[in-house]
Design a protein around this ligand. Structure first.
Ligand SMILES: *[C@@H]1O[C@H](CO)[C@@H](O)[C@H](O)[C@H]1NC(C)=O
Ligand SMILES: *[C@@H]1O[C@H](CO)[C@@H](O)[C@H](O)[C@H]1NC(C)=O
Ligand SMILES: *[C@@H]1O[C@H](CO)[C@@H](O)[C@H](O)[C@H]1NC(C)=O
Ligand SMILES: *[C@@H]1O[C@H](CO)[C@@H](O)[C@H](O)[C@H]1NC(C)=O
Ligand SMILES: *[C@@H]1O[C@H](CO)[C@@H](O)[C@H](O)[C@H]1NC(C)=O
Length: 509
């Protein structure tokens, strides 16, 4: 009796499976899989691909040897003896950094560009007046943006929302009765309030013209959530976002919780092993803790990927007593940020001459050489023999496993539409010593994978080399010791929708 019921149950299931396969083959086998929940905007997708770029903290603090100046210096303090923004841009480009983000205004409130919004700007200092009298530009934001363009790297702007210069809770006795004694509007929400001032500053920056009258191109706006005062200012993020979207539609708006990219929750350039690109809160909602920001929220409401900010030295601003980190330390940082699907924003501050010191440039180049040597050992070629547990609609051209080897960010391997677990295997033809893997999901259609295992066939047996959770834009797994193998398999063991792998690569000799 029991046997009979089991048997008919099996037939019923197998009919259902056949019907589903037939139906999906007819309905959508050649169509791309539908997007899964949240996906990156085209701007966010481009931003993910930047991976690694420079932060430039430069301003009055550089000259007062401070980290958080309290708006007590006059603009005369800003006095670089040999400013050379080309040297910044060239150093970053040579170091393989995709761009730079400059502090146009730090917490002290002094503006590094020519603005109508405040007297508290470097333009009112002696250095700038001398430059202008010689027919030279003294607009450091404009100069840096032009240098970035010249060297082919992106340019971003940091504009501190917290502004000590305007904060009534921060006394500024040195500026009393000077032209720098300005209305204390931070925390005020009446007309003429700080939101209007901030919106004006933002508008000036995003509509700036370079010397050659071309419009500035801003890749990222860094809207720091920091405040060291009790004054409460409710920021009008909607207004700021609208200004950025109108004039710089390609720009990413960074903040504690977005809009477009989030803080990674620490300032060490690293994140935990599991990282989701989504979160479920906006900038106006209760702030997530550092731990929550590192991990993110699986299947969260907003695509708000993390960026890890870090320093080459101890401080954000240049201090002659500090030393740069070593290339080894930076490499380890990189593998725990870029290697975990998080962009790395590394601060490299100019000194009082207005240039990046040679010691820092040397470390950046050494770090680049180390990265190149590491990544320049790819063993999978586009011609490698690759097989998979299944292929969507049986169409290898569109969705076959060879797509993970073709170097094309638009193509991917997809398994059958009704499957969420499966494997892909590459046969290297001969035994190699391998020590790292690079795996990318096709995030244009969402983040799907929750668990994966990478095996190497060793002595005819599948040996587990890596077990991980999230993949996302790019995951780099480095083995503690090399393994000899000729065949490598990645198994997706959990996904919330059919996994889509854009790229899979192995490094070794
Ligand atoms: C503020 O004024 C005091 C007294 O003149 C001076 O010693 C100090 O250096 C000033 N601070 C700054 C940052 O300029
Ligand atoms: C500043 O004000 C002057 C005079 O009103 C105007 O011509 C100029 O365009 C303004 N500049 C900016 C950056 O708003
Ligand atoms: C924020 O700015 C927008 C656009 O300028 C405006 O319509 C809105 O009233 C502002 N919100 C608040 C709370 O002030
Ligand atoms: C990889 O090595 C080749 C040959 O040695 C070299 O031409 C190429 O520039 C290297 N690529 C990187 C990214 O280092
Ligand atoms: C795969 O899809 C392409 C494009 O739709 C089509 O031309 C080709 O015939 C398909 N191949 C198979 C085996 O179905």
């Amino acid at each position: 009796m029991a046997r009979v019921r089991m048997a008919s149950g099996f037939r019923w299931v197998s009919l259902l499976v056949q019907t589903t396969v037939w139906f999906s083959a007819v309905a959508n086998a050649q169509d791309p899989p539908p997007a899964y929940l949240q996906t990156p905007t085209p701007q966010q997708l481009e931003w993910h691909r930047l991976e690694y770029y420079a932060f430039v903290h430069f301003g009055p603090n550089t000259f007062t040897n401070e980290e958080w100046g309290v708006s007590q210096s006059t603009p005369d303090v800003f006095n670089p003896t040999a400013l050379d923004t080309d040297q910044w841009a060239k150093s970053f480009a040579d170091a393989g950094m995709a761009g730079m983000i400059l502090t146009a205004k730090h917490h002290d409130g002094m503006a590094l560009w020519k603005t109508n919004s405040t007297t508290y700007q470097i333009g009112n200092g002696k250095w700038a007046k001398d430059r202008v009298s010689q027919g030279l530009s003294a607009d450091v934001v404009q100069l840096a943006a032009a240098s970035a363009k010249k060297y082919g790297i992106k340019f971003g702007i940091y504009l501190s929302p917290w502004d000590i210069h305007r904060d009534p809770a921060m006394p500024k006795p040195n500026l009393t009765s000077t032209i720098y004694d300005e209305p204390q509007i931070f925390g005020d929400d009446t007309p003429g309030d700080y939101n209007e001032l901030y919106a004006q500053q933002l508008t000036e920056l995003v509509t700036m013209q370079l010397d050659d009258v071309s419009p500035i191109e801003v890749s990222e706006l860094w809207l720091d959530g920091n405040s060291g005062s009790d004054t409460v200012q409710t920021f009008n993020w909607t207004d700021f976002r609208n200004i950025i979207r109108e004039y710089q539609p390609g720009a990413i708006m960074w903040g504690h919780q977005g809009v477009d990219a989030r803080w990674v929750g620490n300032e060490d350039g690293v994140t935990v092993a599991t990282n989701w690109h989504c979160i479920s809160r906006t900038q106006d909602e209760t702030h997530y803790s550092g731990e929550e920001l590192q991990t993110g929220v699986r299947d969260g409401t907003y695509w708000t990927p993390a960026e890890a900010d870090a320093r080459i030295r101890d401080g954000w601003f240049y201090h002659s007593t500090e030393q740069p980190k070593t290339a080894d330390v930076l490499m380890s940082m990189y593998l725990q940020s870029v290697g975990r699907s998080v962009n790395l924003l590394l601060d490299v501050p100019p000194d009082t001459t207005g240039q990046i010191v040679q010691g820092d440039v040397d470390v950046l180049l050494e770090f680049k050489a180390q990265r190149d040597a590491f990544f320049n050992r790819t063993l999978f070629t586009p011609e490698a023999a690759v097989t998979a547990s299944s292929v969507r609609g049986g169409n290898d051209t569109l969705f076959g496993p060879a797509n993970v080897l073709d170097g094309n960010s638009d193509t991917y391997w997809a398994m059958n539409a009704d499957e969420t677990i499966g494997w892909l295997e590459v046969d290297l033809g001969e035994t190699h010593s391998i020590d790292a893997f690079i795996t990318q999901e096709h995030i244009a259609l969402g983040q799907r994978v929750g668990e994966y295992t990478i095996y190497g066939v060793v002595g005819g047996v599948y040996k587990t080399l890596v077990s991980g959770t999230s993949l996302g834009y790019k995951r780099i797994d480095r083995l503690s010791a090399p393994v000899q193998t000729s065949r490598v398999r990645i198994s997706i063991t959990q996904a919330n929708a059919t996994p889509l792998l854009n790229s899979f690569q192995v490094l070794g000799e």
